[in-house]
Design a protein around this ligand. Structure first.
Ligand SMILES: [Zn+2]
Length: 93
């Protein structure tokens, strides 16, 4: 085992491999980190209308979910809650 490690160290493969895996961890962290995105009332209403269409929801009302004086989502009369979250890095599909 020690011989393999020594061989790897002397060949100079190990250090770049460590950096590479650190890079992967960082990339994964950035991609998985989510933040809450503030919405305007109009945007929240649009999202609610989308929810109504998607879920065939017949609710007539909704209310904003507010955090730190910012609208971050909506709560539908049917009980559905939506908080707008966005990846820091957006990969367009
Ligand atoms: Zn609903």
């Amino acid at each position: 085992m020690a011989q393999i490690l020594e061989a790897l160290l002397s060949s100079g493969v190990l250090i770049p491999a460590i950096w590479l895996s650190l890079g992967f961890v960082t990339a994964w962290f950035l991609l998985s980190a989510k933040r809450v995105v503030p919405l305007t009332r109009k945007e929240a209403e649009t999202l609610w209308k989308v929810h109504k269409q998607n879920r065939l929801c017949s609710a007539k009302g909704w209310r904003e979910i507010v955090r730190r004086n910012k609208i971050i989502g909506f709560e539908c009369e049917c009980g559905h809650k939506h908080v707008q979250k966005k990846h820091i890095i957006t990969i367009s599909a």
